[in-house]
Ligand binder design. Structure first.
Ligand code: URP
Ligand code: ZN
Length: 481
C-alpha cells in the first residue's frame, strides 16, 4: 500500500471556501493542497474530476457497543466505525457512560479497551452520572492526562443515569475550571417518568406512548434549565440532539443575549417524523424509539432554520442500534423498548440531499455542520475538519450527481432496521480516505479492524478565554479561574 496519495482534479470544499485543487497526502497527513500537483513515482492517484473533495465527516454523537436498558447495541466499535467510513465519516466522538457509583476512570478504561477495534479515529465524551470527590478528581485526570475535553449530562433516564441539578451544577463548575465543555441530553426526566406512568395507567402500552411521554415542552424545560445554569456559572454549553422548535428557540434566545450555547441536530430529527410511532407493525414503530423522539414534521423546518441561521452548529446521529429481537423487550410496555436508532452511515447523504440539494446549505456550509464545527467546538481543528497542509488525511470524495436508495438490505451497519429505509438521496460518497488510506471506494469497504486511533482533545478551546473575560463583566457569579 503506497503511503503517498494524490487526489487529482476535484473541487476542494472547506467550511470557508471551495476551489479547484489537488490534494497530496503522505504518511497519513495532507502535505499540499494546490493546482496541478505533480504525480510522484509510486504514488496512488485518485481521479476526482467532477467530484467534491471534503474533510471526512465527524459524528460527535455515537454509541457503539453501548450496554443500555438491559442489552448491548448491535454495532460495536468495529462495525459501527466501518459503517461510518462507508458513509464518509472518518471520526466519531462516542460516550463513556459510567453506571452510577462506578468510578469514572474505570468506565473510561473499559470503553478505551472496547474501542481498540475501531476502524476509524475516535474520541470520547465522558458522562457524569453521579457525584462525589472521586468524580471531581477523575474529571481532572481525564482532561489533563487523557485528552477528554467534554462531559455529558443526562437530564433524562430517572433511576438510571439521570443527573440531578446538584450534580449538574457541580459538574458544570468543575468543567469550567478544567476548560472542558459541558454537554447535556435535555429532557426533564421527572416529567418523562410521570408521563410514562400516566400513559400506562391509561392503558397505553405500545410505542405510541413513547412520544406522548416525551413532548417538546419536556425537552424545552431541560434545555432552558441547563442554559440558565451555564449562564449563571459562566460556562459554555453544548446541547446534544436538539429535536424541537421550542429547544432550538431557547438556544437562539440565549445566543441573542450573547451566551455561548451550541446546539447539535441529528440527521433523523431533520428528516424523519413521528408518524412511525403509530405504525401498527410493532417492529417498525419500536425501531423508531429513541430519545428525544421523532417529532411532528413542523419541527424539522425549525431545526433546518437553526442550522441555516447559525444557532445550531453540528449534525450527528446518536447512532445506537438495536435489532427487532432487542426492541421486543418492550412488546407490552413501551418504557422497556431499548432507546436508539442508527444513522452513522447515512448522516452525510441524508443531510446533503435534504440540505444542499434544496438550497438550504451551500457545500461549504455543509462541511461546517458535518465536520468543521464539531472539530472547532471539541478543539481538534484544523487537525480534523479542514483540508489544509498538516491536517490528518481524512477525506471524502463526493459525487453530487449520483443517487442511492438507502436500505437495511445494503447498509454496512449491523442490525435489521434503518430509519431512512427507502429514501432516495442524490449526493453520495464515492471514496473515503482515513489516515491517507483509501478505506472505501465505489461500494468496496476496506475498513481495517483496529486501524482507528484514539484522538486526544486539548482543554481550553478558545471559548473559555472569551467566557472568562465576559464573565468578569457580566456573570451573576464571579469566575475565579
Ligand atoms: N438516544 C437514544 O435514544 N439512545 C441512546 C442514549 C441517549 O443518548 O439518550
Ligand atoms: Zn446519545
Amino acid at each position: 500500500m503506497p503511503s503517498t496519495l494524490l487526489i487529482r482534479g476535484g473541487t476542494v470544499v472547506n467550511a470557508d471556501r471551495a476551489e479547484r485543487a489537488d490534494v497530496l497526502c503522505r504518511e497519513g497527513r495532507i502535505v499540499a493542497v494546490g493546482l496541478d500537483l505533480g504525480v510522484q513515482a509510486g504514488a496512488e492517484v485518485l481521479d476526482a474530476e467532477g467530484l467534491y473533495v471534503m474533510p471526512g465527516g465527524i459524528d460527535p454523537h455515537t454509541h457503539m457497543q453501548l450496554p443500555f436498558m438491559g442489552t448491548v447495541t448491535m454495532d460495536d466499535f468495529y462495525s459501527g466505525t466501518a459503517a461510518g467510513l462507508a458513509g464518509g465519516t472518518t471520526t466519531i466522538i462516542d460516550f463513556v457512560i459510567p453506571d452510577p457509583q462506578e468510578p469514572l476512570m474505570d468506565a473510561y478504561r473499559k470503553w478505551r479497551g472496547w474501542a481498540e477495534k475501531s476502524a476509524s479515529d475516535y474520541s470520547f465524551h465522558v458522562a457524569v452520572t453521579w457525584w462525589d470527590d472521586s468524580v471531581h478528581r477523575d474529571m481532572a485526570t481525564l482532561v489533563r492526562e487523557e485528552g477528554v475535553n467534554s462531559f455529558k449530562h443526562f437530564m433524562a433516564y430517572k433511576n438510571a443515569i439521570m443527573c440531578d441539578d446538584e450534580t449538574l451544577v457541580r459538574s458544570f463548575r468543575r468543567a469550567l475550571e478544567l476548560g472542558a465543555m459541558p454537554t447535556v441530553h435535555a429532557e426533564n426526566g421527572e416529567l418523562v417518568f410521570l408521563l410514562q406512568q400516566e400513559m400506562k395507567a391509561l392503558g397505553v402500552t405500545g410505542p405510541e406512548g413513547h412520544p406522548l411521554s416525551r413532548p417538546p415542552a419536556v425537552e424545552a424545560e431541560a434545555a432552558q434549565r441547563a442554559i440558565a445554569i451555564a449562564d449563571v456559572l459562566g460556562v459554555p454549553i453544548y446541547i446534544v440532539h436538539v429535536s424541537c422548535a421550542e429547544a432550538a428557540d431557547a438556544i437562539a434566545r440565549a445566543r441573542a443575549r450573547g451566551q455561548r450555547v451550541f446546539g447539535e441536530v441529528l440527521a433523523g430529527h431533520l428528516t424523519v417524523d413521528d408518524s412511525a410511532y403509530r405504525n401498527p407493525d410493532f417492529a417498525t414503530a419500536a425501531g423508531h424509539v429513541m430519545s428525544p423522539p421523532f417529532r411532528e414534521k413542523s419541527h424539522q423546518e425549525a431545526l433546518w432554520r437553526g442550522l441555516q441561521a447559525g444557532h445550531l452548529h453540528t449534525t450527528a446521529t446518536d447512532h445506537c442500534t438495536f435489532c427487532a429481537a432487542q426492541k421486543a423487550a418492550g412488546k407490552d410496555d413501551f418504557t422497556r423498548i431499548p432507546n436508539g436508532c442508527g444513522g452513522v452511515e447515512e448522516r452525510m447523504m441524508v443531510i446533503w440531499d435534504a440540505g444542499v440539494n434544496s438550497g438550504r446549505l451551500t457545500p461549504s456550509e455543509f462541511v461546517a455542520i458535518a465536520s468543521a464545527n464539531a472539530a472547532k467546538l471539541f478543539n481538534i481543528y484544523p487537525r480534523k475538519g479542514c483540508i489544509t497542509a498538516g491536517a490528518d488525511a481524512d477525506l471524502v470524495l463526493w459525487d453530487p450527481t449520483a443517487t442511492r436508495t438507502l436500505s437495511v438490505k445494503t447498509q454496512k451497519s449491523l442490525g435489521d432496521f434503518n430509519v431512512f429505509e427507502g429514501r432516495t438521496v442524490t449526493g453520495v460518497p464515492t471514496a473515503t480516505i482515513s489516515q491517507g488510506k483509501v478505506v472505501y471506494l465505489h461500494g468496496d469497504l476496506r475498513a481495517e479492524r483496529g486501524a482507528g486511533r484514539y484522538v486526544q482533545r486539548p482543554a481550553f478551546s478558545t471559548h473559555f478565554d472569551a467566557m472568562a473575560r465576559w464573565s468578569k463583566l457580566h456573570a451573576p457569579v464571579a469566575v475565579t479561574r
